[in-house]
Design a protein around this ligand. Structure first.
Ligand code: BGC
Length: 457
């Protein structure tokens, strides 16, 4: 998977020009209250679908987790079900399809299921690891072979008592903001998708069709703090999200909320420094290269601020945020236990940060990562839930080229010997070796996530 770094691009330009800038389960079983249908046959929409919900445990992921030594300790956690290609609707290689998952959710007595809608034309335009099956112009196939059949299944009255969370098209809108010309982080593929409008058109279509179902909750992706947290990216991303929410018949009322950190590694909260700290007369925001002029140092502060920003762009004040905490725990022996030394801004931030990545823009199978907070409803103001949308143990991308029929490419950000590109400011990738294709089971990563879990398992 992708997660291209979206740096403060003016700064990258300045650097290029050698200018120094001054610069768990969720509570309880399905209750009579939360499965009441108000007499209409379909659940009335609630403010936070996770509140009081019992969330579906994907038996396929659960079996993979339980087969690992120690894995049964977390195998009963709810994780996202990714519909990552048209064939996934009916099930790939004899696996469960969408209807199977929905039936299994009903059988489990769950009342909430989490789906990831992930098959846009020209998918993953800034990276290669999660390129998909649809070409840049395949918008008709997206709408009629992917979204329509999913919407039809979701609308089956047999599933009317399930709250259905749809995470709509991760990375796509952020890519349209940060990875297009004339920014140095541009890719030709993102330029193409910005020019042909098919991300916006496709997302609008998905929002409108899923949003028409009263029991479906659409959550749009906002990247993460290490991507959208810079001033140049923040408001423009909210504006682009509003464009998508007003495209193809959608309205902002079709959007229940937003998700940050999907399949990424940014910590929920950095306890040992704040963005406003100054060390030796050096404001760390400007002087610590880890922060590099970002406005945010963690996911919680970013999510809460971005929520406010979204309401300025026409989204409902009642929107809620999700944070994917599947792999942002950063426990283990390398976890700092206090602030870094106050000698200078870099020593202070690098010594105190929980996030141990080599660079904030690194996104593929990160060495040293651990499971994060267990899935929890309403963990903080404005946050609907901590979720495990990326199933822990599923790879972000292969570390060498692997031929496949899934459209997946080889992205060097998944190769531990790679020295980087403008999207991670030319740092080492920090990826684990010997990884399989994105989405495939990666036992060594699962083991590491378990070992470095925080809170510990
Ligand atoms: C892959 C998908 C997979 C998902 C969840 C993505 O990186 O491209 O194929 O379903 O991760 O593991």
């Amino acid at each position: 998977m992708r997660y291209p770094f979206g740096p403060k691009w003016t700064q990258v330009l300045a650097v290029t020009a050698s200018v120094t800038l001054a610069a768990a389960m969720f509570a309880g079983p399905a209750t009579a209250d939360n499965i009441a249908d108000g007499g209409a046959g379909v659940l009335a929409r609630v403010d936070n679908p996770y509140a009081g919900a019992r969330v579906y445990v994907n038996p396929e992921w659960s079996a993979n987790a339980a087969a690992e030594p120690g894995g049964s300790a977390i195998a009963n956690q709810p994780t996202g079900v990714w519909l990552d290609r048209i064939a996934a609707i009916n099930g790939v290689n004899g696996g469960m399809g969408l209807r199977d998952h929905l039936n299994a959710a009903v059988d489990q007595g769950a009342n909430l299921i989490q789906l990831v809608i992930y098959d846009l034309p020209g998918r993953d335009c800034s990276a290669l690891a999660s390129n998909g099956e649809l070409g840049a112009t395949d918008i008709d196939r997206y709408e009629h072979e992917y979204v329509d059949p999913i919407a039809e299944i979701l609308g089956d009255p047999a599933f009317a008592n399930l709250r259905i969370v749809t995470v709509v098209e991760i990375d796509s809108i952020p890519n349209l903001v940060t990875n297009i010309s004339p920014r140095p982080t541009f890719t030709p593929q993102c330029d193409t998708m910005a020019a042909n409008g098919n991300y916006v058109t496709g997302i609008g279509y998905a929002l409108a069709h899923f949003g028409a179902l009263e029991n479906v909750y659409n959550y749009l992706d906002i990247g993460h703090h290490g991507w959208i947290g810079w001033d140049d990216n923040f408001a423009p991303t909210a504006a682009k999200l509003a464009d998508a929410a007003n495209a193809s018949g959608a309205t902002p009322a079709d959007v229940a909320g937003f998700i940050t950190d999907t399949a990424n590694y940014g910590a929920v909260h950095e306890p040992f420094f704040t963005i406003n700290d100054t060390i030796n007369n050096q404001p760390i925001r400007e002087h610590a290269s880890w922060i590099d002029f970002n406005r945010y140092v963690d996911e919680l502060s970013f999510a809460q601020a971005f929520r406010t920003e979204l309401t300025r762009h026409g989204f409902d004040p009642g929107i809620g945020m999700l944070i994917d905490t599947s792999r942002n725990g950063w426990g283990g022996s390398a976890r700092p236990t206090g602030p870094g030394p106050t000698t200078d801004a870099n020593a202070y931030v690098d010594g105190g940060r929980l996030d141990r990545r080599i660079h904030l823009g690194n996104w593929c199978n990160q060495a040293g990562a651990g499971l994060g907070e267990r899935p929890t409803a309403s963990p903080a103001a404005g946050i609907d839930a901590f979720v495990w949308m990326k199933p822990p143990g599923e790879s972000d991308g292969s570390s060498t080229e692997i031929p496949n029929d899934e459209g997946k490419g080889f992205d060097r950000m998944c190769d531990p010997t790679y020295t980087g590109n403008p999207r991670n400011n030319n740092h080492m990738s920090g990826a684990l070796p010997d990884a399989p294709l994105s989405g495939h089971w990666f036992s060594a990563q699962f083991q590491e996530l378990l070992r470095n879990a925080f809170p510990p398992v």
